[in-house]
Design a protein around this ligand. Structure first.
Ligand code: PLP
Length: 376
């Protein structure tokens, strides 16, 4: 745990998260962590750098086999090596899915609120889409088949799914996934399932890939995964797509190697090292994130007008201020020394997202500032 408490100076490292605001503003907006990647990753990268030659690189030959084992061990999902294709990032997969799986006059379903690229991908592809509002029950937000049904059109062809959900960190149960899968099967809808946060489930719940629910849904789904988030190397990482369906696999790589670059050396190196030796670090990370989640929960419940939704995974607290008179809290917070991600990024007003993956003492200070901003 001590390693996560160690302050790391990220000033002057060209960090998007740390460079946008003044030095004295605590940046809790963009989703990367203030923790060094595991020593095994740093060591593997160091060795690779010391070799000194950074030529064109293909994937390490054992990488697919290791992903097969990882997916089975972590998520109890049996896949085969030929179901895996590498893509440089999950985001590139989202954009390919929207343009490849939905034709010009097809319609796409997108959750709301959601990580902005799931919504921007259909927009960019100029596909018609509808936003499916997550429902809130006992403070937990999720999508179900009836909300999907309400927004479905005759020509709906694709559902952009996010599980665990960003923002907020909902982890879907087997029953919920079965209902969504059945809805998609019945209506002949493909699923693009962004599961990048799957390695950071915080409690006893298990992440279940929707494609693992049945062989029928497996053939209709492309699953996007990566270790970028869990091991904190989105600046050098890579991603992979999994599908039993060859057509879906082939088309997700549309443009890769031409207008989209292939995965680079360090992406393979860091991913392989994390798969090989990162598990103990990941477990410690989860403990630390749970501790920080508790700090956020404790503080948020004392502040009138704020409502924190249930966090089941990852490090992105989703907070509503619909019950307050404030119009734009994120701006007010910056004036008081904390930067959060405004809800508008996820197409939801009067909300903000707070990244709690930082040293606990920094988080505590940020929470005090938030409280002060609201008292003033
Ligand atoms: C749901 C989700 N998908 C994708 C990404 C980005 O993935 P990548 O860096 O692999 O493009 C993020 C980053 O925050 C995310 O939260």
């Amino acid at each position: 745990m001590i390693e996560f408490d160690q302050p790391i100076d990220r000033q002057n490292t060209d960090s998007i998260r740390w460079d946008r605001y003044d030095k004295d503003v605590i940046p809790l907006w963009v989703a990367d962590m203030d923790f060094r990647s595991p020593a095994c990753v740093i060591e593997a990268l160091r060795k690779r750098v010391e070799h000194g030659i950074f030529g064109y690189t293909h994937e390490p030959k054992e990488l697919k086999e290791k992903i097969v084992d990882y997916v089975y061990l972590q998520f109890n999902w049996k896949i085969s090596e030929d179901w895996i294709v590498f893509i440089p990032s999950v985001v590139s997969g989202l954009y390919s899915a929207a343009s490849q799986y939905a034709k010009k006059d097809d319609h796409i379903l997108v959750p709301r609120p959601v990580y902005h690229h799931l919504r921007w991908a259909p927009q960019k592809a100029e596909r018609d889409f509808s936003e499916v509002e997550l429902i809130c029950e006992n403070n937990r937000i999720y999508i179900n088949e009836s909300t999907l049904q309400d927004r479905k059109e005759k020509n709906t062809r694709l559902f952009m799914f996010c599980n665990p959900h960003n923002p907020g960190g909902t982890v879907y149960s087997k029953k919920e996934l079965e209902a969504i899968a059945n809805f998609c099967i019945k209506n002949n809808i493909l699923i693009c399932s962004d599961e990048i946060h799957a390695g950071m489930v915080l409690d006893d719940k298990k992440h279940i890939p929707i494609a693992s629910i049945s062989s029928e849904i497996s053939k209709k789904t492309i699953t996007l995964m990566s270790l970028n988030k869990t091991f904190n190397f989105p600046g050098v990482g890579t991603a992979w797509a999994i599908s039993e369906n060859k057509e879906l696999r082939d088309s997700i790589r549309q443009g890769v190697g031409t207008i989209i670059p292939e995965t680079q050396i360090f992406g393979y190196t860091s991913t392989l090292a994390a798969l090989d030796e990162g598990e103990a670090w990941r477990k410690n990370l989860l403990q630390y994130l749970k501790k920080n989640r508790k700090l956020v929960q404790e503080k948020m419940t004392t502040i009138k007008g704020l409502n924190l939704y249930t966090i089941e995974a990852s490090y992105l607290a989703w907070i509503s201020y619909e019950k307050s008179q404030y119009k734009d809290l994120s701006k007010l917070f910056v004036d008081h020394g904390v930067a959060v991600q405004p809800g508008s990024m996820f197409n939801e007003d009067k909300h903000f997202r707070l990244n709690f993956a930082t040293q606990s003492n920094i988080l505590e200070e940020a929470l005090v500032r938030i409280q002060r901003a609201l008292k003033n």
